[in-house]
Each structure stands twice: as structure tokens, then as C-alpha cells.
Design a protein around this ligand. Structure first.
Ligand code: F0G
Length: 366
């Protein structure tokens, strides 16, 4: 069957799909891995948890080329870097940005340097950065230290910083909001997502606003961001010197997008809230087992957050009296396979049995 023009546009990545909303020109060299166009999955079990005829959708960003939402911003940041004659890319990362930057640098044919907090990066992400050929520097410090160093090192010699402090990253990440509106026909009522360095919440809000100002949508969502309780500077309104959480992707104590995140929350009449590591792990397991979507712990913060809105008296925003038939989108930001260590430990040792039908029947209790 022949594909339609719009299908072709989508399969060529977010710049081709949304060129008119992005800072590119016909002469920008496009560096793409056909990112974006990720599934917006209706989740019946989550919808039932909320009740009142509400519909919950999960925007599954884990199916991007390097397994996280970072690819949307990276295609724009790296394309623009190439247009400006970049000699190398550099970034600080809790893991996903480094994987994405390394992949797009490989695609563009330039070196990539990643500065990471030593011992704090999930296995899958470190494997990715290495496989794509990045130069990896581990520091005895936090992500916040790494970003401070990168800001200085990247300030010249043709090194382009591809963290979300680079506005081209934010521009690219807006496309996730465009896709949601394109599928739903309008903006959702609520948008829930994890918050780390606070680039993504900034980007979604900008995307929703762009679409409304172009009259493609008629409403704006209420933005609700979730930080891990041990790494919640925005929630507590103070820098966290030693952030701690199992959700290593959002283990950040001084987010670069702090101000912008607060603006998105204030303008959308939204909220910032916290979820505990226990709640994060429970939500991760719940989403995999009940809806078939396996995400990394940081992503599960959005789902843990949804549960908190439904169940807890302490929620910054309660869904107990949520308007009937509200539409709620939760962004899950990264794939579960990136961070397998804790789950591997749960599997333990699998003792093999004899290769007979009888033995297998016995084990499964038939
Ligand atoms: N979820 C995942 C899986 C992430 O990797 C990140 C950020 C976030 C959520 C938070 O997004 O920073 O825009 O608020 N990861 C960055 C990195 C910091 O280096 O990969 P944010």
C-alpha cells in the first residue's frame, strides 16, 4: 500500500514533520534518526484508577531511536550545530542525554564528549554512549557539577553544548506536545511528567502554547510535574546539595530550567509535587504488569504522580473531584531496558529443569 504524504513526513523525523515550528531553514543540514511520532497509548487500567469517565493516555517516549525523549531535541540541536560549523558536541548527563548526543554525533560525523557523575549512570545508558563512540569523562561529583563544567568547557573552540540549556533542544522537544494535539484533536486537560533539569516541562508548555496561538488547538493543559522526593529542589524551593533517588535520570539538585518550569506551572495553573522512591518503583512495576509498558524509574514518576493525585490527601493536585471525562496525558520519558540492574536482581537465579514436557508442566503447576 502506498503511504500518504503525512505518513512519510512522520517517518522522516520531527524536523520534517514540524519544520514550520522549528528554527530551521532550507539550508540547515538535517541530522535525524527518524525520531518522534511515538505512540500515544490509551490505558484502560489507568483510566479506571482515575474513574469519573476520565481517559488516561501514556505518551511512550521510550520508543524513540535511543530510547528516550531526548532524541527530539537532539535532532534540532545537532542539525543547528552542524549548520554553525560545530567541531564537537559536549554535554553533562544523568545518562539519556549522553546516549542521544552520542548517537546524533555519530550520525553527523563529529566527536561527542559526555561528562557524567561517576557511578550514577544506569547501565544501559552508559553502554549506549560507549557503543555510539562518545568520549566519556566520569567525574567524582553530581550532575549539577558536570553541567557547571560543561558550560565552561563548551564555551568556545567549536564545542556545542547540547544540554537543554541549548534553546534548540527545547524547540525540538516541543514536537511531543504537537503530536499529542494532532492525535487527540485538541490539548488534553492535564499533562503529567517527571521533572529533572526541567527542560521537558518547559518544552511541552511552549509547544502547547505555540499550537494554541496558531489556533490548531483551543485549550491549554494543566501541567503537573513530579520530582523524586530526595531530589526535589523546585518542590522545596531550595537547591538540594546531595540529591538522592533510585530514579537516577532525575537525580538533580539545581535544575537549569527552574524558572521556566515555575512559569509553566504558574501559567497553566498546575503544580509541582514529589513522589517517593518506593512509589516510583511500585508504579514502574504496575505499569509494566497492568498496561504492558516498561519504563525506567524516572519515567514511572509520572505514573506514581497520577496515583498520588488519585489517592493521597497530600497531593498538590487532587483528582478526586476532577471534571468528568477529563483527558489526562502522562509522558513516560525513557525505556525500561535502560536501567535493568534492580530488576535483574529480582529475577535471581533461574534453575533449569530437564527438557521434557512433564518437567515444564510440573514447574508451571499443570
Ligand atoms: N526522564 C528521563 C528518563 C530523563 O532522562 C530525564 C532527564 C527526565 C525525565 C527529566 O527531564 O531534565 O527535561 O526535566 N535527563 C537528563 C539527562 C538530565 O542527562 O539525560 P528534564
Amino acid at each position: 500500500m502506498e503511504s500518504t504524504t503525512s505518513e512519510l513526513r512522520q517517518s522522516r523525523g520531527v524536523i520534517e514533520a514540524y519544520r514550520e515550528f522549528l528554527p530551521v531553514s532550507p539550508s540547515t543540514p538535517i541530522v535525524s534518526l527518524a525520531e518522534g511520532n511515538t505512540p500515544l497509548v490509551y490505558c484502560p487500567q489507568l483510566s479506571e484508577r482515575v474513574g469519573r469517565g476520565c481517559q488516561v493516555f501514556v505518551k511512550n517516549e521510550g520508543v524513540n531511536p535511543t530510547g528516550s525523549f531526548k532524541d527530539r531535541g537532539m535532532t534540532v540541536a545537532v542539525s543547528k550545530a552542524m549548520e554553525r560549523g560545530a567541531k564537537a558536541l559536549i554535554c553533562a548527563s544523568t545518562g539519556n542525554t549522553s546516549a542521544s548526543a552520542a548517537a546524533y554525533a555519530a550520525r553527523a560525523g563529529i566527536p561527542c564528549i559526555v561528562v557524567l557523575p561517576a557511578g550514577k549512570i544506569a547501565t544501559g545508558k552508559l553502554v549506549q554512549a560507549f557503543a555510539y563512540g562518545a568520549r566519556i569523562v566520569a567525574i567524582d561529583g553530581s550532575f549539577d557539577d558536570a553541567l557547571r563544567i560543561v558550560r565552561e568547557v563548551g564555551d568556545g573552540r567549536g564545542f556545542v553544548v547540547v544540554n537543554s540549556i541549548n534553546p534548540d533542544r527545547i524547540a525540538g522537544q516541543k514536537t511531543a506536545a504537537f503530536e499529542i494535539v494532532d492525535v487527540l484533536g485538541d490539548a488534553p486537560d492535564f499533562h503529567l511528567l517527571p521533572v529533572g533539569n526541567a527542560g521537558n516541562i518547559t518544552a511541552y508548555w511552549a509547544g502547547y502554547r505555540d499550537y494554541r496561538s496558531h489556533q490548531i488547538s483551543t485549550t491549554l493543559p494543566t501541567m503537573i510535574g513530579f520530582q523524586a522526593a530526595g531530589a526535589a529542589p523546585i518542590f522545596y524551593n531550595r537547591i538540594v546539595e546531595k540529591p538522592e533517588t533510585i530514579a537516577s535520570a532525575i537525580r538533580i539538585g539545581n535544575p537549569a530550567g527552574w524558572k521556566q518550569a515555575c512559569a509553566a506551572i504558574a501559567e497553566s495553573h498546575g503544580a509541582i509535587d514529589i513522589v517517593s522512591d518506593e512509589e516510583i518503583l511500585e508504579a514502574q512495576s504496575w505499569l509494566a504488569k497492568r498496561e504492558g509498558i516498561f519504563v525506567e524509574p524516572a519515567s514511572a514518576a509520572a505514573i506514581a504522580g497520577l496515583f498520588k493525585c488519585c489517592d493521597s490527601n497530600e497531593a498538590a493536585r487532587s483528582f478526586r473531584r476532577i471534571p468528568e471525562a477529563s483527558r489526562i496525558v502522562c509522558t513516560v520519558t525513557g525505556h525500561g531496558l535502560k536501567d535493568p540492574d534492580r530488576i535483574i536482581r529480582q529475577i535471581g537465579e533461574l534453575k533449569p529443569v530437564a527438557p521434557t514436557v512433564d518437567d515444564v508442566r510440573r514447574v508451571i503447576g499443570l
